[in-house]
Design a protein around this ligand. Structure first.
Ligand code: IMP
Length: 425
C-alpha cells in the first residue's frame, strides 16, 4: 500500500504525527515539495523532534527517507537540522537519508530576497516564512536555478552563484539591505554541500526499485491544500503544489504507484501568514493560545484559529482524491460548550459550497454555520475510537459527511499513542 499524506487546510494540520504513525508499516518516506518552510513536530517516546526538511521517517531505525526532486533545499539549513536531530540521539546514515540530485537549492540570497519582497509588499505581504522558498522556486521555473547535481561541476556553480549574488545585491541595495559577498556564499554552501554529498544520488531509480519490489511508500506532504500554488488562496499561498499530484512530480513516482490519499485536518481551522480566513474566531484563538497551543513550529508565530470550515475541506478532498481523513487536535475542543461547523459561504446572497477563485470574493464570504454540542470531557486518555465521547463521534461523523470522505484516524494528543484508528464497521 503506497500512501500520500496531505494537509487539507493551511498547513500545520499535524501531518508529521500521522506520518510518524504510518511510518511504522512503511519502508520508505518521501518528501516531494516545499522546503524548510515546513515544520513538523513529532513527539515520540517522550521526546519532541522538530523536523523541517527531514522526512518524519528519520526518527525510525531501518526506514529509508528520501528528499525528492521537487523539494527546494537550503543546504546550510539541512546540515543544521541534521546536526540538531543527531544531537537528540537519532543516527542519520547515507543509506537512511537520500537526497535527490535533481532538487533545487535555496541560496542565502533567496532568503534575503524573500524578506525584501515581503518588506516591499508592506501591508499586502504574503506573510512568508522568509525561508527563500518563493525566490528559489521562481528561479527553478525561470530556468536559472541551481540543482544539487550542478554542485558536482564547481566551476559552473561558482559562476552561477556569483551571477545570482550580483543580481540579488542589485535588488537588496534598493532597500538598503546588507549585500552578499559571493566568495563567502560559495564557501558556506559548498561546505554544506560536502557534508551532504554522501546522501546525494539519483533517487528516482531507487524509488522505482522500491515500488516494484513491493516496498511500502509513504509520501509526506508539506504545508496544506489551501497553500497550493494552483488550488490555494492565491496569492496568499506557497510556491509549490502541496496537493497529491505534487508527490508524484516531486519524486518521479507516477500516479499509478499511489493506492491511498490520507487527508489530514484539524478538528478546527488554523492559519499563519496573511490571506483570507472566513471562519477565524477571536474567542477560539484566545482560548487555544491560552492552552499553549497553536504557535508555529518553524517561526513561533501564533496561528490564527477558527471554526471547522467544510467548504475548504470538501474542495481539498476533491482535488486530492482523499480516501481517508485523519482529524487531529480533537482534544483542543474538549472544553468547548458549543461548536460551529461552516457548511457554506454566503457571497452576495448566493450560497457557495466550494471556495471561490476570485480573490475579492473571499472578503465578502460570510460563513454559514451549524452548531453542534461540545462533548465537555477529556479525550486525551482515549485509546481507541469507540472510547470517544458520543458527542465527539457525532461531530466527527458530521465532518466526514460534509467532506464526502470517511474518517480513518483521530488525534487526541501529541504522543504517538494518542492517534486513534477508526475501524470501519
Ligand atoms: P512561504 O512558503 O514561506 O513562501 O510562505 C507562503 C505562505 O505559506 C505563508 O502564508 C506561510 O505562512 C505559509 N506556510 C509555508 N509553510 C507553512 C507550513 O509549513 N505551515 C503553515 N503555513 C506555511
Amino acid at each position: 500500500m503506497n500512501t500520500i499524506i496531505i494537509g487539507l487546510q493551511w498547513g500545520d494540520e499535524g501531518k508529521g504525527k500521522i506520518v510518524d504513525y504510518l511510518t511504522e508499516e512503511s519502508d520508505v518516506v518521501i518528501r516531494g515539495q516545499g522546503g524548510n518552510n515546513a515544520g513538523h513536530t513529532v513527539i515520540a517516546k517522550g521526546s519532541k523532534y522538530v523536523l523541517h526538511l527531514l522526512p518524519s521517517g528519520i526518527l525510525w531505525d531501518s526506514k529509508i527517507n528520501v528528499i525528492g526532486n521537487g523539494v527546494v533545499i537550503d543546504l546550510i539549513g539541512l546540515v543544521q537540522e541534521i546536526t540538531r536531530i543527531e544531537s537528540q540521539g537519532i543516527v542519520i546514515t547515507p543509506d537512511k537519508l537520500l537526497i535527490s540530485d535533481r532538487a533545487h537549492v535555496v541560496l542565502p540570497v533567496h532568503k534575503e530576497l524573500d524578506a525584501a519582497r515581503e518588506a516591499a509588499l508592506g501591508e499586502h505581504k504574503i506573510g512568508t516564512t522568509k525561508r527563500g522558498i518563493g525566490p528559489a522556486y521562481a528561479d527553478k521555473v525561470n530556468r536559472c536555478g541551481l540543482r544539487i547535481a550542478d554542485f558536482l561541476d564547481r566551476e559552473y556553480t561558482v559562476q552561477q552563484i556569483t551571477r545570482r549574488v550580483a543580481e540579488a545585491n542589485e535588488v537588496l541595495a534598493r532597500y538598503d539591505l546588507t549585500l552578499f559577498v559571493a566568495e563567502q556564499v560559495i564557501e558556506e554552501v559548498y561546505t554544506a554541500f560536502e557534508r551532504l554529498r554522501p546522501h546525494i544520488s539519483n533517487t528516482i531509480p531507487v524509488l522505482h526499485a522500491a515500488w516494484k519490489s513491493g516496498k511500502k511508500l509513504l509520501f509526506e506532504g508539506a504545508q496544506g491544500t489551501l497553500l497550493d500554488i494552483d488550488f490555494g488562496t492565491y496569492p496568499f499561498v506557497t510556491s509549490s503544489n502541496t496537493t497529491a499530484g505534487g508527490s508524484c512530480t516531486g519524486s518521479g513516482l507516477p500516479p499509478t504507484a499511489i493506492d491511498a490519499v490520507i487527508g489530514v485536518c484539524k478538528a478546527y481551522t488554523t492559519r499563519v501568514g496573511s490571506g483570507p480566513f472566513p471562519t477565524v474566531d477571536e474567542g477560539l484563538s484566545e482560548y487555544l493560545h491560552g492552552l499553549g497551543r497553536e504557535f508555529g513550529a518553524t517561526t513561533g508565530r501564533p496561528r490564527g484559529c477558527g471554526w471547522l470550515d467544510t467548504v475548504l475541506l470538501r474542495f481539498a478532498c476533491m482535488v486530492n482524491g482523499v480516501t481517508g481523513l485523519a482529524v487531529t487536535n480533537v482534544d483542543g475542543l474538549d472544553e468547548y460548550e458549543a461548536l460551529q461547523i461552516c457548511t457554506g459561504y454566503d457571497i452576495d446572497g448566493i450560497v457557495h459550497t466550494l471556495p471561490p477563485a476570485d480573490r475579492k470574493a473571499w472578503d465578502r464570504a460570510v460563513p454559514i454555520y451549524e452548531t453542534l454540542p461540545g462533548w465537555k470531557s477529556d479525550t486525551t486518555g482515549c485509546t481507541n475510537f469507540s472510547a470517544l465521547p458520543a458527542k465527539a463521534k457525532a461531530y466527527l461523523s458530521r465532518l466526514a459527511e460534509l467532506c464526502g470522505a470517511p474518517i480513518q484516524f483521530v488525534g487526541v494528543g501529541p504522543d504517538r499513542v494518542q492517534t486513534l484508528v477508526k475501524i470501519t464497521e
